[in-house]
Design a protein. Structure first.
Length: 172
């Protein structure tokens, strides 16, 4: 079936540019389905994976991270799964791709609100988006990731590669 083929392509990260329009809707449906499945799991069912940038629930890559301003651990960083919306803790001072810490930098647009930053790593050449709950208590790692595509363009033009593609930006 064509729908299953496209769903498999999305889940494997191999979407043909010609299929991007159809896969967009399949990806959205898969995100709803996987989020519902993740909600049925108990925290004790989950284990951090060896690759800490992968979701402990479904194994997908993170979309972005949020630095919390409230709750039990203000200042803690949580990665958000691009497929099932699970959030898990990750050390702030480490690159989520290579685990390095020597060459991490935060980059953003001068004079903006400071809500979004790109954490760049010169050790592996990757970057990941970081959002700050203190700047907007209603920050949404997924929606704000899409809303800050200009930040992606800026750091990509400067030579860093995104740690993982955004699941709804299927091509490129």
């Amino acid at each position: 079936m064509e729908t299953e083929r496209l769903a498999d392509a999305f889940l494997r990260g191999g979407v043909d540019p010609a299929d991007a329009g159809a896969v967009f809707w399949i990806a959205a449906a898969l995100q709803v389905y996987f989020t519902e499945l993740a909600a049925t799991l108990q925290a004790t069912d989950l284990r951090l994976l060896e690759r800490r940038d992968l979701c402990p629930c479904c194994g997908s890559t993170s979309s972005a991270s949020v630095i919390r301003a409230s709750g039990q651990n203000p200042g803690a960083r949580y990665l958000y799964c691009s497929l099932c919306s699970t959030a898990w803790h990750h050390t702030r001072a480490l690159c989520i791709v290579c685990g390095g810490s020597r060459t991490l930098s935060l980059r953003g647009f001068e004079g903006d609100s400071g809500l979004a930053r790109a954490e760049t790593c010169d050790e592996c050449g990757a970057y990941a988006k970081v959002f700050y709950e203190a700047k907007d208590p209603e920050v949404d790692a997924y929606a704000d990731d899409l809303a800050t595509l200009g930040l992606d363009m800026m750091v990509s033009e400067a030579g860093w590669s995104r740690h993982a593609p955004h699941p709804l930006l299927l091509v490129g």
